[in-house]
Design a protein around this ligand. Sequence first.
Ligand code: BMA
Length: 920
Amino acid sequence: MESLSLAGSWVLKAKAIQESPFTDTESHLDGVDLERLAKGIPATIPGDIVSALFAAGLIPDPYEGTNELKIQWVGKADWVLEREFTVTTPLFNCKRLFLCIDVLDTVADVYVNGRLAGTGDDMFIPRRWDVQDFVRQGKNRIAVVIFSPVKLAAKRAANLSYPIPESVYPVSSPHRNLVRKAQCMSGWDWGPCIMTGGIYDNIAIIGTDGPRIESVQTRFKALQPDTDTDFDWESTKRTGQTPDFDISVAVEVDSKEQEDVILEILLAGVTVRKEVHVQEGISLLVEHIRIKQPLLWWPVDQGEQVLYKLTVRVRGFTGHSTPKLSTDSDNPTTRDVDTGGTAPGEVFYEVEKNIGFRELRVSTQNDEVGREMTFVINGRKVFAKGANWIPVDALPSRWTKTRPGALLQAAVAAHMNCLRVWGGGRYESDTFYNLCDEYGIMVWQDCAFSCALYPSDARFLATVEEEIRSQVKRLSDHPSLALWCGNNEALGAITWYEESRAEPERYKKDYELLTYGVLGRVIQELDPDHCWWPSSPSAGPGDFSDNWHADSSGDMHFWSVWHEAKPFSEYLTVKPRFCSEFGFQSYPSAPTIALFADPSERFIGSPTLKFHERDPKGEILIGQTMERYFGKQKGYIETIYASQVQQAMAIKTAVEFWRSCKPRCMGTLYWQLNDVWPAVSWSSIEYSGLWKLLHYEARRFFDPLLPALFLQDESIKLFLVSDLDAELDVTCTVRFCAFDGTTLAQTNVSDRVASQASVQLWSLPANQVPASPQDCYVEASIRAHIKDKDVHANTVLERTSALLLAEPKYCRFKPARLVLQRQERACYVIRALGAPAFFVQACDLSGQGQFDDAGFYLRPGQTKELRFQTLTQASGATTANAMPGFASQEQGTEAHQTGSIALFDLASLYTPLAPSDPSA
Ligand code: BMA
């Protein structure tokens, strides 16, 4: 197997820049050096067109100010990406040569040495074109013509026999639903419209002297050791016994002609080698392997993420005879199956991947409430905790290997065991899923359809069929993959538009043809062991009811608190089975705003800040909620802080209550984890990589051991929610405290909490609180002894939670004096003197980094250690080199030498804090 990567320096040329009828963007062509565009500019591949134009200085930074509007012409032009490449003898002499492109975005013709090698019109279909007859030894040229997706969408819309509506956003490109491109590239209510194109992930010429492997898919069956009976997971709870696994390895071999080859499979110390006959074209070979009690793969916080390497090879023969290998049953390491005794020869093609031994299913069985939606891993029901994932950047050139890593590490740090790859984005890169396997993050995988209705004509359905076939074959073996979902909100969308409300049956038919007729059929054919879920939200397969706020079955999207401006207490009026979307917006931190707003525009309500707020009601909703809970805030950084506190409070209220509803509710995925550009949004991690207070709070409300303290139905309730697979002996002290820290009343309770259970430990009618809600708060301190698990015996877990009993604006806080002192290098201690402090944050306004905790509660006099983490940014933060992720702590200590650390707590919103003096 030979390969030649075509990544690197290419040339980008404008093929056609037609003046389009769509919007008046032509003016933005002024000043664009069309001559340079016609001559060609450097472009890095993998990468996208807009990034190349920005790098060449031909367009302004698309993220800064309102520059996005100046670059809309790019999506209306046709472009050519081209380069030369040299084919050496070993590659040229291969019997077969393929041009392989992982992601070709989107509508493109690909020429090799001037001849059309292939065309594409779906960015989600990896391309494998036979270019044997196109390539010559030595110098070659590849040219990729990328046509305007904007023009194509308009043309297709004009040819529709009836309108097919889609949701549009403040800056968006019309008819996005008619082109198979990541939907959010056309603009969303948190992202810019950048209709760029290009070549992403890998592009290479692959050479092989024999058949190649088109796909490898495995299926797992857990068996009672040494038997063929299904494994009884219930029993392991008592015995701790683990299953054998029977794995079927299905290998699609693509051969130019009929021939005999050797199929070789290596897994967990077992090697299977078999002489097989393959047809011309695709042959499907299935081999079974039994692995004796392998170590299991578990999601994070439930066990280890044990991975095993699976290697599959297609080999030739050497013609030499091989000694008959041992076939005795107790040493099944190598099983040589009728290779006719000939030793395996050259490896024509090899595929390697990591797999994990586990059984992961989604239980949707009926129960007294309705139909549950529960992830069951290795027989254990696991509460899914996490968020919705959108693409890591609006500019594909920044879809680097490191970007997902930093975000996924931040997800694991917040105890997230599940991420929903949302349908308006892309099927993520292999790096993403490999890291989810490694980190133990279960993946809810949407198909790439969102907030629109879609065509059901034969051409569209055929394209989608090819798309989903290639994606299922690519992804189905990841142990982290938990569920396939047909789309985001496309079922609900049938009720959203005038046209579809007028003729629901027509659009329902379109929906069924696509969602069931293609997506469901293919997914259940190629990956029958994974749950197939038609739409999010929905009540499940075959149920077309709009499950928007139905909390008895299936998954729910709960948006009353944000989109309907309801109070946080509204979250306690529903008990979803699985809430896969709910969110609240906040402003990003001042350093992140500085990435896109000039100093003169760094104030709340500035035109630039408004431009980076894509929810038309966003600014009003943030402001209204702030008035409702905090009172009007004046200061710029105070308002940012307050907006992040209210976002954290909102989602904390929802998650703590819904987790306490376990096992009725078995999943909470908040909207959204990350940002595609620096903006005002629902994210918990800013585009710069800085954590909002929500992400720190997520680390607390997703903690496997959670004291959930909340006010409901005129009662204060305390639940202890455990995702631990062990019984707990719990003692708890509940104290009512005045805002000077004195204890007004105290209760001690003790209880036993079963593994994975939620138990109400205490409650008190609100009218029995020892002081007015404005004058006190309640604090719960938990000590939990892990009872039975030998490894954890005698481990004691401590948790504290505090709850205000009135809106912060009414609480008569006694201002604490917060003192931040540097110990050594990046280690600090923060102390609250004189009073308790709530939602404490030490914020580095210089943008060099952040502290490793924020938004926490401090009792009077309590000290807390903090470490400073530096953002791994190249100096001088511009959007181009915002690389989320934190370097080791040591470097960034100069921030506070420059006095750029601002200290906040809730009381500081009402009585400004004395500036923190680090030397104090
Ligand atoms: C849901 C999501 C996204 C959207 C979010 C916030 O609809 O599916 O489409 O960004 O709400 O409005």
